[in-house]
Design a protein around this ligand. Structure first.
Ligand SMILES: *Cc1c(COP(=O)(O)O)cnc(C)c1O
Length: 331
């Protein structure tokens, strides 16, 4: 166990289920699709950030923090999971969110408020600047803030996905399963960096393919490689990663972050209506839309086994209801 000695708090429901998508696989005529249910990590509607927060919060507590401070989009799943983790451990949470307060409170923003987080709107300030002044404000009032990085993506947070790869490979061993490909949504890179380290450290031989949600492939590959190397160092592993070691597809970025199009709508409808499984409009809808397109293009052999790693985010469905429905849907 590579991550066994790391400080960790227990806030996630683990292991998350590993389930076949039998009806969808049959309808597509292969490959054999499975899903790893990190939308079911259990913390206030779950998601991938909860795995990272198990390690980040242990670090925050070791540093004597009484306040978690982080940043993200107005509908940030990461901010919502950070707020929930803070509540569960009796810490305060300050969330610096991009832009201005929207007219309606929905989805993740609704949950942030219910979870008792303080929201600071960044307005036209860049998020790092707004985060820095929020940290200064915490210090001025005598609080001890711990800054959780954007997306929880530093070597501490990414360790959560090294542990997740250990968890998956244990499930595979138990069920005598092998996945030829693991496909998931990649953005701030902590998930992909952790999976890459876990794969290399544990000898996983399949492909680990991040579908970029917003970043150009070259910059995402470079930042994931750098983070993977730093994460390996933290774990005492003698592994280094170059950009060429990181597999990213950026064909589905479309109009950019949270620009919801028919790609996401079709994926959300298809998976909901064949499997009763909810994707989200920003991350998993885009990644699964990309996966469906790759399947149509013949990127996988029909007898290959492909794992979609569901990273959560379904609370965002409510925050983007109109865009998710689209004009084609009669109401
Ligand atoms: C944050 C997030 C991702 C991307 O994970 P990174 O580690 O930031 O690359 C994917 N899916 C969902 C639902 C997320 O909230």
């Amino acid at each position: 166990m590579v991550t066994y000695t790391l400080k960790r708090v227990s806030i996630a429901h683990l292991p998350t289920p590993l389930e076949p998508l039998a009806r969808l696989s049959q309808r597509l005529g292969g490959p054999e699709l499975w899903v790893k249910r990190d939308d079911q990590t259990g913390l206030a509607t779950g998601g991938n950030k909860t795995r990272k927060l198990e390690f980040l919060l242990a670090d925050a507590l070791a540093n004597g923090a009484d306040t978690l401070l982080t940043c993200g989009a107005a509908q940030s799943n990461h901010a919502r999971q950070t707020a929930a983790a803070a509540a569960k451990l009796g810490l305060k949470a300050v969330l610096v969110l991009r832009g201005e307060a929207p007219p309606g409170v929905q989805g993740n923003l609704l949950l942030d408020l219910l979870l008792g987080a303080e929201i600071v709107w960044a307005g036209d300030r860049p998020l790092p600047d707004a985060l820095e002044s929020a940290a200064a404000a915490c210090h001025r009032r005598g609080d001890t803030p711990y800054v959780v990085p954007y997306g929880g993506s530093n070597p501490v947070g990414a360790s959560g996905y090294v542990a997740a790869m250990e968890e998956l490979l244990a499930q595979c061993a138990q069920q005598e399963l092998h996945f030829d490909h693991i496909v998931f949504a990649s953005s701030s890179g902590g998930t992909q960096a952790g999976l890459a380290v876990g794969a290399r450290a544990l000898g996983y031989t399949g492909r680990v393919l991040g579908i970029s949600v917003d970043m150009p492939g070259a910059s995402l590959r470079a930042s994931v490689a750098e983070l993977a190397t730093a994460t390996a160092v933290r774990l005492g592993l003698d592994l280094t990663f170059a950009a060429a070691d990181i597999d990213v597809n950026d064909d589905y970025v479309g109009g950019g972050y949270a620009a919801i199009s028919e790609l996401e709508r079709e994926a959300i409808r298809t998976v909901a209506q064949t499997e009763g499984l909810l994707l989200d409009p920003v991350y998993t809808g885009r990644a699964f839309g990309g996966l469906l397109d790759l399947i149509r293009c013949g990127a996988f052999a029909p007898d290959e086994r492909v794992l979609f790693w569901h990273t959560g985010g379904s609370a965002g469905l409510f925050g983007y209801a109109e865009a998710v429905l689209g004009s084609a849907w009669a109401r």
